[in-house]
Design a protein around this ligand. Structure first.
Ligand code: TTP
Ligand code: MG
Length: 398
């Protein structure tokens, strides 16, 4: 089941929340000049026929007591961030598609948060309680229907298209509601007398391809309730890294190697905690004269074990010809993905055995670190550096 969440009259609702004098009034948010267009209109203003993208002068003509509020993008972006954080709490499979809307795949979340409808209501309640804003939620077994559903009972709506309703829903769905159908496509639809998505089935693939190009095949799939598009997560944190400023600037290979090991463990732990894998490892070195370099490697596989990250980071380090003393060492990973993509460790002999071994070592270390702190358990080769390190040495993770 997929949820689509879309905030109601987003910019205007924020302005009405923050200024009680604007509540229950026809409000538009727009630029300041006379030539500006409406970014959005409160639902009170929509009763006068005012819509997004309408010139402000036209909006004023439609409603003489219209309140015009200049937009404040920084504020809307900050609210958007809070909303996305709330939504992602319900499922890690979240895809933000614009400033005020996101898809969530709730597969596997039911045991934790209840039925799809209960999850939809819980998201609405949390957003409303925490931020005093309303949203509309669409729930459907396929992505494009979830979006259509969220728009059906705005504002403050919740619409659930159940599996057994899909066929009938598609049969009667006005064709202009299908994503990707613009004005020019609509003209052809009219000529062919295609009024609903169900009408698509009256035509063969060659005819639809001739009329709509590649879209023809997609329309046939959609009209049969098939939407191959998935919820694609996008991480606001595109990288995870950890770095240490050394107590004094050094050349010593063994010490640097151990710092790389420590930072790799920290990055690996962070990665696993977020249920992510990475396909790119980098190291960063800062030298005694404060100059710095980074070296990275794109991997053939996705990894998340600390040992795999360490091996890659160390290989990068070994390639660098050191000319100056090192002041800071950092290890990081990018190209992050969900862990449900196959994970491979550094494979030498028996791939599966080694992979399992490292997975269990990592998860044991992770749970001990989680309980007792990150310094309580680490690779034997790290104990020495800890002993030697100045307690004031900085360690940063981000
Ligand atoms: P929308 O979700 O399309 O609109 P909305 O949230 O204001 O109203 P609703 O979803 O209840 O119909 O867009 C989200 C925000 O994006 C909107 O508040 C303002 C901004 N926006 C523009 O700046 N210009 C536009 O043309 C549109 C459509 C939106
Ligand atoms: Mg919206």
């Amino acid at each position: 089941m997929i949820l689509h969440i879309d905030m109601d009259a987003f910019f205007a609702a924020i302005e009405q929340r923050d200024n009680p004098a604007l509540r229950n009034k026809p409000v538009i948010v727009s630029g300041k000049s006379e030539r500006s267009v409406v970014a959005t209109a409160s639902y009170e203003a929509r009763k006068f026929g005012i819509r997004s993208a309408m010139p402000v002068f036209q909006a004023k003509q439609k409603c003489d007591h219209l309140v015009i509020v200049p937009g404040n993008m920084k504020k809307y972006q900050a609210e958007s961030k809070k909303i996305m954080e709330i939504i992602s709490h319900f499922s890690p499979l979240m895809e933000q598609v614009s400033i005020d809307e996101a898809y969530v795949d709730i597969k596997g979340c039911e045991r934790l948060f209840g039925s799809p409808k209960e999850i939809g209501l819980a998201i609405k309640n949390k957003i409303n309680n925490d931020l005093f804003l309303t949203c509309s939620v669409g729930i459907a077994p396929i992505k494009f229907l979830a979006k259509i559903a969220s728009d059906m009972n705005k504002p403050d709506g919740l619409t659930h298209i159940k599996e057994h309703q899909v066929k009938n829903f598609i049969f009667t769905l006005p064709i202009q509601k299908v994503p990707g159908i613009g004005k020019s496509t609509m003209k052809v639809m009219e000529i062919l007398q295609i009024r609903t998505l169900g009408d698509i089935n009256k035509f063969t693939l060659p005819i639809l391809t001739q009329k709509f190009g590649k879209m023809g095949q997609k329309l046939i799939a959609l009209s049969n309730g098939i939407d191959p598009s998935r919820v694609e997560t996008n991480y606001t944190r595109k990288s995870i890294s950890s770095e240490t400023t050394l107590p004094k600037d050094i050349f010593d290979f063994e010490t640097i190697k151990q710092v790389i090991l420590g930072r790799s463990q920290s990055v690996g732990r962070d990665l696993r905690k977020k249920n992510l894998v990475c396909e790119n490892v980098f190291i960063k070195l800062k030298f005694s004269d404060f100059s710095q370099i980074t070296r990275s490697k794109k991997l053939d596989t996705s990894i998340c074990s600390s040992s795999a990250i360490f091996n890659e980071a160390l290989a990068l380090y070994k390639k660098i010809q050191l000319k100056k003393r090192i002041r800071l060492v950092g290890v990081g990973v990018t190209a992050l993905k969900d862990k449900n993509t196959p994970v491979q460790m550094q494979l030498i002999q028996d791939p599966n055995r080694q992979k399992k071994q490292w997975e269990s070592v990592d998860s044991a270390v992770d749970s001990i670190s989680e309980k007792f702190g990150t310094n309580i358990i680490k690779k034997a080769s790290l104990s020495e550096i800890n002993y030697r390190r100045n307690p004031d040495a900085e360690e940063n993770s981000n």
